[in-house]
Write a protein that binds this ligand. Structure first.
Ligand SMILES: *[C@@H]1O[C@H](CO)[C@@H](O)[C@H](O)[C@H]1NC(C)=O
Ligand SMILES: *[C@@H]1O[C@H](CO)[C@@H](O)[C@H](O)[C@H]1NC(C)=O
Ligand SMILES: *[C@@H]1O[C@H](CO)[C@@H](O)[C@H](O)[C@H]1NC(C)=O
Length: 544
């Protein structure tokens, strides 16, 4: 590298670092871009709840604010979806409570003692001031914040009959909701940490209907934009934020250009351990199709919008098989589509949830005492999902990595043409498949991926006769015929990081999906996922 190039390189690196706190942001088709540089910004957020009965960010009774934020940055999230309940903002009898009064009212003695110990400076502030304090502290640590109107009456969210589900419900007057949006948009005006407001979480219940949805979503978006035009506005779907399919026939008309994105929530809800165990490929394929029809379509075509999967998550202890299997299905999709997302959540516990005091959260990044991540392998698995993999300029050349969602790694070529899994980095091997069911090339070379013996190592060489089919219902298994004419699939070797070719799981000899399958095909799930060439990725350096 010549001296001048080195200078430019260092300058670009510094710019990339500064991007962590970009403001304001806009949308450009399906991407979010930084107004100042035009470069893509990706939301890789974690949820942090501040809308439950105490109206106070969870965990501040267990660890100092600065410590919790240090864990968020150490686990490499670049953003926080930070919730608020309408009444905290619109009703003095809620918003004027100090933390101390709010916890007293709920009889949360231990939580109060915990705040006194860990965050004494917050105890006599009112809950609105604490919300601002947390946002400012996140900003100081270069984290972006999406403030989320999560519910009206402070409480765990949700059920359909809780009076907070849709416009006109007992606790959900449209006027009071708008008043809340106005106050929060005003409160955070000019605050560079706050990049977006999501205007209502998980609309639901008997009252929901599309005409009101269009009316109030447009009114909410326009209202925020008038007060605080810097903000992105995030719009949620119906049915607990799972349904936006109606936008296909009636697109969202908005006068606020380049500021609107949509959010959706994607959990394992509706699938059981037994279903996943019996038919992993089928359940995953059905989930992917459901997501495509309900919201993923928004990122495609000429009238595309960014999509923010603002809640997803699993039991991180591995205790729930449906969650374990869904995780790889979900990760393959978000990496392949390079989508914005927010994990639920950072919480190791809740002060008071659904009547339980100091309740454990298996889906939270941190452990019960909010000291360290519960499961570092879970955090590491998110690495590629966190990166900007495709930039917003469609003219830039792209290639592919081969992503392995089971552990979040990428397929790498070794010196002898051997292939193995390793962390996805800027130097991970790039691949191209230029024709459907054709050879897979190592990008920029004449070398190809070669099928091995049954159980033998797959490798890379000048032999380009292996033709790879993208097989299985969710299109996640890569199969090629060996010398004897039978199909074998790529599979991670159980004993080490090498990749072998083996009998395709849950597929017949003709690669048709078998009607039933009690094996787990996920050891064979690989996804050729697009990446723009020349993007810089960080490597994961996590706390141990
Ligand atoms: C709290 O009380 C003060 C004075 O009583 C009032 O001006 C303010 O608007 C109240 N705050 C909220 C959030 O209602
Ligand atoms: C998208 O726009 C291009 C160019 O304007 C047009 O040729 C194409 O038909 C459009 N595609 C769809 C799906 O509308
Ligand atoms: C982390 O998650 C994996 C499943 O993805 C599980 O096997 C492992 O036991 C978990 N580790 C801890 C410490 O919970």
């Amino acid at each position: 590298m010549r001296f001048i190039e080195a200078i430019i390189f260092v300058f670009l690196l510094l710019q990339t670092a500064a991007l962590c706190n970009s403001f304001p942001l806009s949308t450009k088709a399906r991407w979010i871009v930084d107004d100042a540089t035009g470069k893509r910004v990706k939301l890789a957020c974690v949820n942090w709840a501040s809308h439950l009965k105490p109206m106070f960010a969870e965990g501040l009774e267990k660890q100092p604010l600065s410590y919790i934020i240090s864990q968020i940055t150490a686990t490499k999230f670049n953003c926080v979806r930070f919730t608020w309940p309408t009444f905290m903002i619109t009703r003095a009898e809620y918003g004027n409570l100090t933390v101390s009064q709010s916890l007293d009212k709920l009889g949360l003695k231990d939580a109060k003692a915990g705040v006194a110990k860990n965050n004494p400076q917050l105890l006599d502030m009112n809950v609105v001031e604490v919300h601002k304090t947390v946002v400012n502290e996140l900003g100081k640590n270069k984290l972006m914040v999406v403030v989320d109107n999560h519910i009206s009456e402070p409480n765990w969210c949700c059920n359909g009959g809780d009076g907070n589900g849709f416009f006109g419900d007992e606790n959900f007057s449209p006027d009071e909701w708008l008043k809340g949006l106005v106050a929060v948009a005003t409160m955070y005006k000019g605050n560079p940490a706050v990049v977006a407001m999501s205007i209502r979480n998980e609309l639901r219940g008997d009252r929901q209907n599309e005409p009101d949805w269009y009316k109030y979503m447009q009114e909410g978006a326009t209202t925020i934009n008038k007060i605080n035009p810097d903000l992105l506005v995030v719009i949620s779907g119906l049915n607990y934020d799972t349904t936006l399919g109606f936008l296909k026939s009636k697109p969202f008309a908005t006068t606020i250009a380049n500021k609107v994105l949509f959010e959706a929530h994607w959990y394992t809800v509706g699938t059981s351990d037994e279903q996943w165990e019996a038919q992993t490929n089928l359940v995953c394929a059905n989930m992917l199709q459901g997501a495509e029809d309900s919201y993923m379509f928004l990122i495609r075509g000429n009238n595309s919008f960014p999509l923010f999967l603002s809640e997803w998550g699993i039991d991180e202890t591995g205790a729930r098989e449906a969650d374990n299997r869904y995780m790889s299905c979900f990760l393959a999709a978000i990496v392949d589509n390079d989508i914005e997302w927010a994990l639920w959540g950072i919480h190791g516990s809740y002060m008071l949830r659904e009547g339980t005091v100091n309740m454990y959260e298996p889906n939270g990044i941190l452990d019960f005492d909010w000291v360290r991540p519960k499961n570092l392998s879970f955090v590491k698995r998110l690495q590629l999902a966190r990166q900007v993999n495709q930039d917003s300029d469609p003219s830039h050349p792209t290639s592919h990595v081969i992503f392995y969602p089971q552990n979040g790694q990428c397929v790498q070529v070794g010196e002898t043409g051997n292939i193995f899994l390793s962390e996805c980095t800027s130097t991970s091997s790039r691949w191209e498949q230029n024709e459907e069911d054709g050879p897979i090339n190592l990008a920029g070379s004449s070398q190809c991926l070669v099928v091995g013996e049954d159980g033998g190592a797959a490798h890379v060489s000048n032999d380009c006769s292996s033709e790879w089919k993208v097989a299985s219902r969710p299109r996640l298994q890569l199969a090629a015929q060996n010398g004897l004419g039978s199909y074998l699939c790529l599979e991670k070797n159980a004993a080490d990081a090498t990749i072998v070719t083996k009998k395709c799981l849950c597929l017949g000899y003709d690669l048709a999906d078998t009607p039933t399958c009690d094996e787990n095909p996920q050891v064979q799930w690989f996804k050729l996922s697009p990446v723009t060439c020349k993007l810089q990725w960080f490597t994961t350096k996590l706390l141990d």
